[in-house]
Unconditional design. Structure first.
Lengths: 424, 246
C-alpha cells in the first residue's frame, strides 16, 4: 500500500512528462505542416494577422493618449471646475434676459459654497506685449487672483506671484510665461523691469515654471495679471466673468458643483424647469470624456477584430478541412498504430492553434512596426506596445484556432480507420 | 504440425460481418471460426469479394465483428470501445501495408517511433533503433521517406510494426507495390522474423507469397474454403537462404 502511494507521484510525473512530450511532438508536427505549405499558411492567417495588428496598434495608441491626457490633467489639478456664462444654443434669442456672471456672483459662490476650497475669477483677453524694441502679438492675458497658481498647479519658479494686495488694488503687475522670454528676446533679468501690455506698463514680478505644450498649444505663452487690472483694461468684461473653483477634495467635486449650481440659479432667479444660464465644466470629467473616446475606440477595435478574426477563423477552418482531407491516409495510419480519437483531435487542434498563433505573432510584429511608425510623428504623444496587448493579441488568435479548429479536428477524429486507410 | 502446447494467439469463433451498402446488406463474413497459434506463418488468400479484407480488418482490430467473438491472446476484443481497440492496435498488432504508409517529411526513426508515441512506451529511441537494425536499416535512420527506395520504405514499415513487440504482424499485400526481387527481400525478412518466433499473417493473392508460408487459409464468399498446412517452398535466392539459415 505504502509502496503504491510512494510510486504514485513518480507515475504522475511520468504521465505529465509524456503528455508534455506528446504536446511537443504535436507542435513539431504542426510546424512541419506549416512549413510544408508555406504560401497557403501565410495566406490563410492573413485575417488573424490583421486582427492582431489592429489590436496591438489601437491599444497602444489609445493607451498612449490616455496616459498622456491623464498625466497632463493630473498636472493641472483635477479638483477644479470652470464656470462660464452660457446659454444653450436652443434657447438663444428667445427672450431670455442677458446672461451675466459678475464679481458679486463669484463672491456669493465663494461665501456660500462650503465644499469649495479656492476660487478665482478668470478674465481672458489677448493683447500685444512689448519690451524694449521687441513686441509679441496676440499673447493670452489671464486676469486671475493669487489662488490661480494653486488651483492650476502653475507656479512661478523665479521672482514671485502677485499677492492679494495687488489684486485688491488692481496693481499693474504681471508674471510671464517662459515662452515670452524668447518672444521678447530677453532673459530672467526682466524681473523687476517693466513691459508694455496693450496701452499700460506692467511691473514684471516673476516667471512661471515651464509647462510645455498640450496638443500643440503652448502653455508657456501667457501673461498673468490681477483680474481687477484686467477689468480696468477691458471694462466690457465686467458682466461676463468666468471663474475657476476648486473643491475641497476629489470626493466633493460633485457636491461643490451642486452648490455652485444652486447659488447661481438662486441669484439669477431661474425658475425650476428653466435651463441654467451658465455652464460648469469639471476637469475630472475631461478624463471621463476621454474614457468615452477610449470606449468608442475599443468598440471600433472590437468590431474590426471580431470581423477579421471571423474571416481569419473561417480561413483557418477551411485550410484545416483541406488538410484533413489531404491527410486522410495519414489519419488512418495513425489510428491503426494506436492513435485514439482524442489523440487525432488534439493533433489537429494543436495544428490550428499553432497556425493561428503563428499569424498572431506576425500581427504582433506588424503592430510593433505600425506603433513605432506612428511614434515617429513629431506631434505624437509617447506610445509603446503594452505587454498586455501582446498577450491579448496572441490569446485571441490562439482562441480562434481552438474555436475554428474544432470542426476539422473533430472530422479527423471520427474518421473510421478503414475508410481513412482506403482513401485515395 | 504445431506442437499441442503452443499458445493460441488468435481465436475467431463463428464470426460474421455484415455491411449495409445503401439499402442492401452485404454479408462479408458468414461464420468464420479459426485459431492461429504463436509463431505460425499464415497466408490468407481469396479472390476479391471473398471477405479477406474484412477478415484482415477484424483480425487487426480495425473493425469489430457483427456476430461471434474474437479472442486475441486470450482477451475478448470483439466488443471493445474505439479507444480500447486503438490501444490494442498500438501495442499488440503490427501492421504492414501495401503502400507502406510512412509519414512524409518525417525520418525513418520517427516513423518507427510513432506507435510508441501513442502507447507512451519508454525508451522509444533505443527500441526504434533496435527495430531498424532487425530490418537492416540502421544507416537510414535519419533519412526521410522520399530519400528511400520502395523496399527500404517497406522495411521501415516493418520496423514500425516490430517496434512494440506485437503479438501478431499483419501484412496486407506487403509486396504488392514492389518488383519481384525487392518483394523477395521483404519476404525474406518475414521468413527470418518467423524463425525468431514472430506470429505473422500475410494477406495476399499471390500464390508465390503464399507458398512461403506454413499455413494457407483460403476464403470464398465469406467462408473458409480451405485451411492447409504445408512445408514452405525452398528459398529461391541467396538473401532468403541466408535468412533461413539465420
Amino acid at each position: 500500500m505504502i509502496g503504491r502511494i510512494l510510486r504514485f507521484p513518480g507515475r504522475l510525473v511520468r504521465a505529465s512528462t509524456s503528455t508534455l512530450l506528446r504536446t511537443g511532438q504535436n507542435v513539431l508536427t504542426a510546424f512541419v505542416q506549416i512549413w510544408a505549405n508555406k504560401g497557403r499558411s501565410v495566406l490563410t492567417t492573413l485575417g488573424i494577422v490583421i486582427a492582431v495588428t489592429s489590436i496591438i496598434t489601437v491599444v497602444s495608441l489609445v493607451d498612449g493618449f490616455g496616459q498622456y491626457l491623464t498625466k497632463m490633467l493630473r498636472g493641472y489639478g483635477t479638483q477644479y471646475m470652470i464656470v462660464n456664462p452660457y446659454v444653450p444654443p436652443a434657447m438663444r434669442g428667445r427672450g431670455m434676459r442677458r446672461v451675466t456672471l459678475n464679481i458679486r456672483d463669484i463672491e456669493a459662490v465663494r461665501t456660500e459654497c462650503t465644499d469649495l476650497r479656492r476660487i478665482t475669477p478668470f478674465v481672458f483677453a489677448q493683447a500685444e506685449v512689448a519690451y524694449a524694441s521687441e513686441t509679441a502679438e496676440d499673447i493670452p492675458i489671464r486676469g486671475v487672483t493669487e489662488h490661480y497658481q494653486t488651483i492650476r498647479n502653475f507656479f512661478v519658479d523665479a521672482g514671485r506671484f502677485f499677492g492679494p494686495v495687488d489684486v485688491d488694488n488692481g496693481a499693474y503687475v504681471c508674471v510671464l510665461g517662459r515662452s515670452l522670454l524668447q518672444l521678447l528676446e530677453c532673459d530672467e533679468s526682466i524681473i523687476g523691469d517693466y513691459v508694455q501690455i496693450g496701452d499700460a506698463r506692467f511691473l514684471v514680478l516673476g516667471l512661471l515654471q515651464s509647462k510645455g505644450s498640450v496638443f500643440g498649444d503652448d502653455q508657456d505663452k501667457t501673461v498673468m495679471i490681477p483680474y481687477t487690472t484686467s477689468l480696468k483694461l477691458w471694462p466690457e468684461r465686467r458682466d461676463q466673468v468666468p471663474f475657476l473653483a476648486e473643491a475641497i477634495d476629489e470626493d466633493h467635486i460633485g457636491s461643490a458643483e451642486a452648490q455652485i449650481n444652486r447659488v447661481l440659479r438662486e441669484r439669477h432667479t431661474i425658475q425650476a424647469g428653466q435651463p441654467d444660464d451658465f455652464r460648469i465644466d469639471r476637469q475630472d470629467q475631461e478624463l471621463k470624456q476621454f474614457d468615452k473616446v477610449r470606449n468608442i475606440a475599443t468598440g471600433v477595435l472590437a468590431g474590426i477584430v471580431s470581423i477579421s478574426l471571423l474571416v481569419g477563423g473561417i480561413g483557418i477552418m477551411n485550410v484545416m478541412l483541406v488538410s484533413v482531407t489531404e491527410r486522410t491516409r495519414e489519419i488512418g495510419l495513425r489510428k491503426s498504430v494506436g492513435g485514439r480519437r482524442r489523440d487525432i483531435l488534439t493533433q489537429f487542434l494543436t495544428e490550428a492553434v499553432v497556425l493561428c498563433t503563428f499569424g498572431g505573432a506576425i500581427g504582433v510584429g506588424f503592430g510593433y512596426v505600425l506603433t513605432n511608425l506612428a511614434a515617429l510623428h513629431p506631434q505624437m504623444v509617447e506610445v509603446q506596445v503594452s505587454s498586455w496587448s501582446v498577450v491579448l493579441g496572441i490569446g485571441f488568435s490562439a482562441g480562434t484556432g481552438v474555436v475554428f479548429g474544432l470542426v476539422p479536428a473533430f472530422k479527423a477524429a471520427i474518421l473510421h480507420p478503414i475508410d481513412a486507410l482506403r482513401h485515395e | 504440425m504445431i506442437a499441442g502446447d503452443a499458445q493460441t494467439v488468435i481465436q475467431l469463433i463463428d464470426v460474421e460481418k455484415n455491411y449495409r451498402v445503401g439499402t442492401e446488406i452485404v454479408r462479408a463474413l458468414r461464420g468464420v471460426s479459426l485459431s492461429i497459434n504463436e509463431n505460425e506463418y499464415v497466408a490468407i488468400m481469396g479472390p476479391s469479394g471473398s471477405g479477406k479484407s474484412t477478415m484482415m480488418n477484424i483480425l487487426g482490430c480495425l473493425d469489430i465483428a457483427s456476430r461471434g467473438s474474437y479472442l486475441l491472446s486470450g482477451h475478448d476484443v470483439s466488443r471493445l470501445s474505439q479507444s480500447k481497440l486503438a490501444r490494442i492496435r498500438g501495442t499488440r498488432i503490427g501492421f504492414v501495408f501495401q503502400t507502406f504508409e510512412l509519414l512524409p517529411r518525417t525520418t525513418a526513426l520517427k516513423n518507427v517511433q510513432l506507435p510508441m508515441m501513442y502507447a507512451q512506451t519508454s525508451n522509444k529511441k533505443r527500441r526504434a533503433l533496435a527495430a531498424l537494425e532487425r530490418v537492416g536499416l540502421t544507416d537510414r535512420a535519419t533519412h526521410r521517406p522520399n530519400q528511400l527506395s520502395g523496399g527500404q520504405k517497406q522495411r521501415v514499415a516493418i520496423a514500425r510494426a516490430l517496434a512494440q513487440e506485437p503479438d501478431i504482424i499483419l501484412a496486407d499485400e506487403p509486396t504488392g507495390n514492389l518488383d519481384s526481387k525487392t518483394g523477395d527481400e521483404i519476404m525474406a525478412i518475414f521468413d527470418s522474423l518467423h524463425t525468431e518466433g514472430q506470429t505473422i499473417i500475410v494477406v495476399t493473392h499471390e500464390e508465390g507469397i503464399a507458398a512461403r508460408c506454413h499455413r494457407v487459409i483460403r476464403l470464398l464468399d465469406g467462408r473458409i474454403a480451405s485451411d492447409t498446412r504445408q512445408t514452405p517452398a525452398p528459398a529461391t535466392n541467396p538473401i532468403q537462404e541466408k535468412a533461413t539459415v539465420a
